[in-house]
Ligand binder design. Structure first.
Ligand SMILES: [Fe+2]
Length: 390
């Protein structure tokens, strides 16, 4: 949950006359979710944001489940997916349900037009690459390890200045916010939270572009992309204020929790949505009791599907994974350290692992595209003879 922010010029009061220099009036626009009750911002445009010149369907997005229904641990090597295309139009679906969808994007070009997701909030984890996320509410410079949170409905565009670009895109049907238990009754992150408002980066450098013409915005709604062409540049905002804007948080600003004995994944929680949570596993010292077992105990997360995106090739309890791997440990299936990993961890003092975990509370389906890069033998990887005990 971001905090109040303002950029540019706004009038003294809401909903009053706000003259333009040429004698007309600025156009005030409220943008937010949950009607008039959710988080919102008030934007002041040079022109009314309403005129639309044309619409046409650009692409239908069919997320089809793979046709192998056997219930098991899964492992997808997303680094094997070919890079290419656009961050908006060429995302490769990996896992999905009605609450959340995960895709990998490795764009090699920038989009000419703009993008607005009208069916979900987006958390874009920048695994590789860097650039600037532009919006009418200002710009956010981003780089490796950033989570970019873009609430639904906000027009934006990515510019890349560091390549290659590799992104994990998490689309959420519900509003993406910081975990409720980290916030006090007034909305402020509490002292025990593993990050603070100071770590949340907000847009800067408001662009104010006064330009008439034809500007395409790709709008995602009902699982299709519609190209909506408007009659002026969408970045015509002279000022805004509120709680609804794109924001960034770097995974390296997450302060990991360590205990005398192993602490469970909820201590790594970073975001919550409706029906899922996101956790960050960061480099940290191991548990400090001489008898502590650093790696996790085996667990069966009943009524929760567990997804891990490996942002580095190191992970304390697993072997056979690589950078870009995504594992799915579905509801109730026991999993834990690979053979030998528990013993090997004894006496270790620190881990350099970096991973993003998404736990969902409703079952996930595997997209067909992910099945194409599956490590088919993964579910047998806990059988000791399948590999050397490490
Ligand atoms: Fe797990």
């Amino acid at each position: 949950m971001p905090i109040y922010h303002t950029l540019g010029r706004v009038p003294r009061k809401r909903h009053i006359v706000f003259p333009r220099l040429d004698g007309g009036l600025h156009a005030e626009e409220l943008i937010g979710n949950k009607g008039f009750e959710g988080p919102a911002s008030l934007l002041y445009h040079l022109r009314h944001p309403t005129p639309v010149k044309s619409v046409r369907v650009a692409k239908t997005l069919e997320w089809t489940a793979d046709d192998d229904p056997a219930f098991r641990h899964r492992h997808f090597k997303t680094a094997q997916l070919p890079a290419g295309g656009s961050i908006v139009e060429d995302r490769v679906p990996i896992l999905f349900n009605a609450d959340v969808a995960m895709a990998v994007a490795q764009p090699t070009r920038e989009d000419e037009g703009y993008y607005r997701n009208a069916q979900g909030d987006e958390i874009v984890y920048v695994s590789d690459g860097g650039g600037v996320l532009e919006s009418p509410l200002g710009s956010l410079a981003f780089g490796r390890g950033d989570y970019l949170v873009v609430p639904r409905g906000i027009v934006h565009r990515y510019r890349f200045d560091e390549r290659p670009v590799r992104l994990l895109v998490i689309e959420s049907a519900g509003f993406v916010r910081t975990p409720h238990r980290y916030r006090n009754e007034f909305g402020q992150l509490q002292e025990h939270a593993p990050f603070s408002e100071r770590d949340i980066r907000r847009p800067r450098d408001l662009q104010m572009i006064d330009e008439k013409g034809a500007f395409p915005i790709v709008v995602k709604k009902d699982s299709r992309l519609t190209r909506v062409t408007v009659d002026h540049h969408p970045f015509d905002v002279v000022g805004w204020d509120g709680y609804y804007y794109p924001w960034a948080f770097n995974i390296n600003d997450f302060e990991p929790r360590v205990g005398r004995f192993h602490l469970p994944p909820p201590v790594h929680q970073t975001f919550e949505g409706d029906g899922f949570v996101v956790c960050s596993f960061c480099p940290r010292p191991y548990d400090f009791d001489p008898e502590a077992v650093p790696v996790p105990y085996v667990h069966s997360n009943v009524m929760s599907d567990e997804v891990i995106y490996y942002a580095s090739a190191e992970f304390m309890s697993r072997k056979g994974i690589e950078y870009g791997s995504i594992t799915l440990h579905p509801d109730g299936v026991a999993h834990g350290p690979h053979p030998g990993r528990t013993e090997a961890s004894l006496g270790a003092t620190a881990t350099n692992e970096l991973a993003v975990m998404v736990d969902t509370f409703r079952p996930l389906r595997v997209a067909k595209e992910a099945a194409g890069v599956e490590d088919a033998g993964y579910f047998r990887s806990w059988v000791a003879e399948n590999g050397p005990a490490r």
